[in-house]
Design a protein around this ligand. Sequence first.
Ligand SMILES: [Zn+2]
Length: 304
Amino acid sequence: MNTDVTKFDDKIYQIDVHMEGKPQRMSCYYIDTSDPILIEVGPSNSFPYLISALESLGIQDIKRTAITHLHLDHVGGIGHLNEKYKENFVYVHELGLKHLPNPERLWKAVSDVYTEEWLKKNWGEIKPISLENIKSLNDGADLKLDSNRTLKALYSPGHAKHHYTFYDEHSGTLFMGDTLGLIYPHGDFVQPNLPPPDFNKETLFQTLDSFENLEINQLAIAHFGVHKKPHQLISEAKESIDNWIMFINNIEHLSDDEASAELVQWLTKNYESLDIDNETIKNYIGNGNFVMQINGIRNYLSKN
Ligand SMILES: [Zn+2]
């Protein structure tokens, strides 16, 4: 087991895939039951980290992968994975049937936000996979893990309309993708992640509220890692999202760039007033794309 792997349940491993070459930015998960499954692959450039972590666990073959949503930091490396493990089936929202065999639109959607040059350098080029290797998910679908354990797929729109979360009742783990937001090292608080074109507050809150009935011991999020006190984190996330929307609504006269600068300044001040140390603040602020957050919130506000 290499240092990028953390075991947090008798059968579940968290894998740090060093997104953008940095530790603790993107986690994938591997459930090592009799019918094992990988959750998320990360971007293309993270693929060598993913493989070396899996091999350090003695895993020589991947047969099933579940993807929370079609953003390239989660699914970008899938073509590399399927090139290596030809029988791998990918469980994903039905839009994956259209986009994963022809990923040009996914690529364009992200390169319009980040630029193509940035995307190639930081997340890497993507490869298509064949239609036969894709299985579309339904809300409530049970993926068998062993004879008395399943992973339930829960349709979870709000961050993206093609988002699923995965619930392992046995360990009380909810694999959240990006539904909660971001929690970076040394912080135990959530920073919202509300990108265009799909972010919708009411939809996202409905999704988050639907988790209240589940028995959850821990949230396994993509950016980054496993966190206890799930219900507290969910209610804090909702409060932060409300605050962000209010703040951005109040600066509607500013350009996106100006509003982004204001948001960063306001957030930094908030974090400082909570006595959060400078390194943690730097991590949260430095790793955020705040113009994208402004775009996501403004796009939502324009429709309401
Ligand atoms: Zn993400």
